[in-house]
Design a protein around this ligand. Structure first.
Ligand code: BES
Ligand code: MN
Length: 456
């Protein structure tokens, strides 16, 4: 068997930033690394071309009557910028304080390596294990997975499976395992406002036209109520009511508001009425401004009325909101509320449907769930108790992994998400790292679960 930590270092060394074409080499390196590793475990590996970055589909030969598990992961990472804030270079992995530091160590290379390690160990002990396993590892997750839906549709016949198993979500502490039972969805767009046909001297022309920055500021200010709720008609209509057991699971986490406030470094929370901050993250939809710009950004001053300004908006959706409806109400509000004396353009970006899966003992009617799913939930429970010393909490998550809902819609398969990234792992931020004890525990849980799912 390979050494998982050494393999993870090798993986992190490939700078696989999917959003930036200057990292094309790194993308290919990471793809070839994973493909090679899976071939060494005797998987039949196919590298499926897409318009952008290929998808790795690796399957283990087996009998058609064996249970079939798909393990999902992504080999792409977020850009490392801003580079000057890294203590060690992002693509030169360093092991320190029981962690591996580097871009992608936690999102998603380390968690993926935990599952690959589990499969390697399991098959080494039992080469004839009666379980079909397919790895489905994409390279576009951090850009909204544009190639994934067409891929699913085209290869659905080879992807008939009982469940998807993955780790691309979080846990609160290294001794508290979590099974993620819900993910938020997303709707993103940009609004670009244009005033005069070129930048203007603000003395010669100031006072006769609306500045496009002001127009966007007025729009943005209209999108929330003073109490923090999103101010779009019908926005909350389809929000799934929170079940008492969900609030109770969250309460058992025992998080302290004051500690969280300090962790964020904010003077006060701003949360819609009726929810704690911890509930708001997991149970409520949001509208956020991810970027705003226009006009002079350099040192000193410049007396200018810019011709153009832009804002980047994203909504996080919760079950059972749909991207189509939320995009429609958002676009309608933008068109209604933008002042008529500037022109503007809405540029739709990607989107993702929210997801929930109800654990077997929490619902009387787990409609349409595969029988093996309940077995897998119970296997995760038992494995977590053995490995972490505690049963997992079932929590919805604030982040998004949009392909999970796509898989459910296209293939009808539910996912079990074993959270493996910690709050201090700095996902998407400088100084990302992955806790190697969590990696070890994660792969031990994965190994036990896969072994329990094998037939017989
Ligand atoms: N793995 C993350 C999502 C995540 C992290 C969920 C931690 C829960 C806990 C994933 O790679 C990610 O960052 N997703 C993006 C969406 C994507 C479409 C760009 C997100 O949530 O912003
Ligand atoms: Mn991820």
């Amino acid at each position: 068997m390979f050494d998982p930590v050494e393999k993870l270092k090798e993986f992190v060394r490939h700078p696989s930033v999917s959003t930036d074409s200057k990292y094309r080499e790194g993308m290919r390196g990471a793809q070839e690394f994973v493909s090679g590793l899976l071939r060494s475990l005797e998987f039949v590996v196919e590298v499926v071309k897409t318009d952008l970055h290929p998808i790795i589909l690796a399957q283990r030969a087996g009998e058609p009557n064996w249970p079939h598990v798909i393990i999902y992961g992504h080999y792409d990472v977020q850009p490392p910028d801003p580079l000057n804030l890294w203590q060690t270079p992002p693509f030169e992995p360093v092991e320190r304080d029981g962690r591996l530091w580097g871009r992608g160590a936690a999102d998603n290379k380390g968690p993926l390596m935990a599952h690959i390690t589990a499969v390697g160990r399991l098959l080494e002990k039992n080469p004839r294990l009666p379980l079909r396993i397919s790895f489905l590892i994409e390279g576009e997750e951090e850009t909204g997975s544009p190639s994934f839906l067409p891929f699913l549709a085209r290869h659905r016949h080879r992807l008939k499976a009982d469940l998807v198993f993955l780790s691309d979500t979080g846990l609160p502490r290294e001794d508290q395992p979590v099974v993620t039972c819900g993910l938020r969805g997303l709707v993103l767009c940009d609004v670009e406002a244009t005033g005069a046909k070129s930048d203007l001297h603000s003395g010669l022309h100031g006072g006769v036209l609306r500045n496009p920055i002001q127009a966007l500021a007025e729009l943005c200010a209209s999108l929330h109520m003073p109490d923090g709720r999103v101010n779009l008609p019908g926005f909350y209509d389809d929000v799934l009511e929170v079940e008492p057991w969900e609030r109770e699971e969250l309460r058992q986490l025992g998080q302290k508001e004051e500690a969280y406030r300090e962790f964020l470094g904010i003077p006060a929370f701003h949360v819609p009425p009726g929810y704690t901050p911890f509930e708001a993250i997991r149970f409520l939809p949001t509208l956020e401004f991810n970027g705003i710009g226009g006009g002079y950004q350099g040192e000193g001053t410049k007396t200018v009325i810019p011709s153009k300004a832009f804002v980047k908006i994203s909504c996080r959706l919760v079950p059972n909101q749909t991207p189509a409806k939320i995009r429609a109400v958002l676009s309608a509000a933008i068109r209604d509320r933008m002042p008529h004396d500037v022109s503007f353009r809405i540029i739709d970006q990607h989107e993702g449907t929210p997801y929930t899966v109800v654990p077997p003992d929490r619902s009387n009617t787990p409609k349409g769930q595969a029988p093996l799913l309940a077995k897998a939930f119970r296997a995760v429970d038992a494995a977590a108790v053995e490995v972490f010393g505690r049963r997992p909490l079932y929590l919805r998550e604030g982040g998004s992994v949009p392909i999970i809902a796509d898989i459910k819609r296209v293939l009808g398969i539910d996912s079990i998400l074993l959270g493996l990234s910690l709050p201090e792992d700095n996902l998407h931020a400088p100084n990302e790292s992955f806790n190697l004890r969590v990696m070890q525990r994660g792969s031990a849980v994965s190994e036990k679960v896969l072994s329990a799912l094998a037939c017989g």
